[in-house]
Design a protein around this ligand. Structure first.
Ligand SMILES: Cc1ncc(COP(=O)(O)O)c(C=O)c1O
Length: 439
């Protein structure tokens, strides 16, 4: 390497070391034999791999779960950042308590109350995004081989956590009213008979990621009643509860549990304010929270004090509900555009959900279509989605896809769905040509 390859981008004037890796592929065995069972078992979330692809090229991405950055209230955010610089700089750059800033935890209790989930401030711990709340919940309860229940499909980002900790996941099917509680009861009974009753159920009752469906009130009641009757701990993940376009908010499972302590509640500011701040939270009984606190100490000591202050100051000065209502208007229109585009461009043999909130819908194509193969073809036409398999731990979902409508403007949604529709139609035509009359 010549010295001209060595550029100084540190701003310090210090020479930058050569960029070629010092340890090559031949040395892989050195590490492979040393990786922990957990590191070896951990798989990447297909979704994150896809995001890496879609960030690079000029691609219409219906794959992400990104809020539109245009929705950020720029002036309000700028003002807060500058005020933190003048008024709170030292404490905002210092370590903070593991369970989070007291003032923000009080505000979160208020936000939960707005969502019909009354909690005590002492039962709340701030986490580094909702993702850490999932990781801490699973690591707190799951030993390798333990039975866990989750909707099928489930949140693709939870899949690597579940595999890392060795959860033996049984998926419970959903319909338009969310998780089928009758099938949940069947699955529980079967696993109990086999001597491995599930320890926890991971569920996203509101505008589920990826299916876009919402659990009905009746099913919520049935679920909590069932959990009480058999002693099943529910991990309720609720990042999308406020991203509602229509209908009345339904009570959370946490609320229906009525303090009995069978529900651990997770949420995040990622969809309400911005994901880059990485502020989420857990509400759980004290015994559970103590264990999660120890897990968090090991993971990162505390969440960013800077962004906790950012959220606190934002909430002090602004009514977050006004912002959320504006965001919901935008996403509602985008959902409608995607539904109209699907009606126009997808073949009659495809079906899809009609979300009343959240960021995603779930399309099911004819059985013979493998959406991973479809994805490769779609990428050639510069459009991306999440293949359904990413949302299952048992290899199912091969003919399904998750489509996001929040991240791109309406004309781009229409163009993306039109291109996808062409690819799906081609797959159907090829199948028909190879198997006449069997579509
Ligand atoms: C169901 C669900 N839980 C948790 C998360 C993670 O939230 P965060 O971005 O705050 O880590 C997401 C993000 O998309 C999600 O969809």
């Amino acid at each position: 390497m010549s010295t001209s390859d060595v550029t100084d981008n540190t701003g310090t004037g210090a020479p930058v070391p050569p960029q070629t890796p010092l340890v090559g592929p031949a040395d892989a065995a050195r590490y492979d034999s040393r990786f922990s069972a957990q590191a070896s078992a951990t798989t990447s979330s297909a979704m994150r791999d896809l995001m890496a692809i879609t960030e690079k090229a000029d691609i219409i991405s219906l794959a992400g779960g990104l809020p539109d950055t245009e929705t950020f209230p720029r002036a309000a955010y700028e003002e807060i950042v500058s005020e933190i610089g003048t008024d709170f700089l030292a404490p905002s750059l210092q370590y903070g308590p593991t369970d989070g800033m007291g003032e923000l935890r009080e505000m979160i209790a208020g936000i939960m109350a707005d969502e019909g989930a009354r909690s005590r401030v002492d039962d709340i711990m701030i986490t580094t995004g909702g993702q850490q709340a999932i990781d801490l919940s699973i690591r707190t309860f799951v030993d390798r081989g333990d039975s866990v229940l989750a909707e099928g499909p489930t949140y693709p980002g939870a899949v690597p956590c579940l595999t890392a900790y060795g959860a033996d996941v049984t998926h419970v099917p959903m319909d338009d009213d969310g998780m089928r509680i009758d099938l949940l009861e069947d699955a529980y009974a079967r696993l109990a008979r086999e001597g491995r009753p599930p320890k926890i159920l991971y569920t996203i009752p509101n505008f589920q990621n990826p299916a876009g469906v919402t659990m009905s009130l009746e099913r919520r009641r049935q679920l909590v009643e069932f959990a009480h009757s058999v002693g099943l701990l529910i991990i309720e993940d609720n990042p999308y509860g406020m991203i509602r376009f229509e209908g009345e908010a339904l009570p959370t499972l946490y609320e229906l549990d009525d303090g009995a302590g069978w529900v651990v509640y997770l949420s995040t500011f990622s969809k309400i304010l911005a994901p880059g701040i990485r502020v989420g939270w857990v509400a759980a009984p004290p015994q559970v929270l103590r264990k999660m606190n120890l897990g968090k100490q090991a993971a990162d000591l505390c969440s960013s004090t800077f962004t906790q202050r950012f959220v606190t100051e934002y909430l002090k000065r602004n009514d977050y509900r006004v912002h959320v209502a504006r965001v919901n208007d935008l996403y509602r229109a985008r959902r409608d555009t995607m539904l109209a585009a699907l009606d126009a461009h997808f073949p009659a043999s495809a079906t899809w959900t009609r979300p009343r909130g959240g960021l995603f819908l779930w399309a099911t194509l004819p059985e013979f279509i493998d959406t991973k193969a479809l994805q490769a073809k779609a990428l050639e036409r510069q459009v991306a989605f999440v293949p359904g398999e990413a949302a299952f731990l048992d290899g199912r979902g091969g003919n399904c896809m998750r489509l996001n409508y929040s991240g791109v403007p309406e004309p781009v949604i229409t163009e993306g769905i039109s291109r996808l529709g062409e690819v799906v139609t081609e797959f159907c035509a090829l199948h028909e040509a190879l198997n006449p009359g069997r579509l």
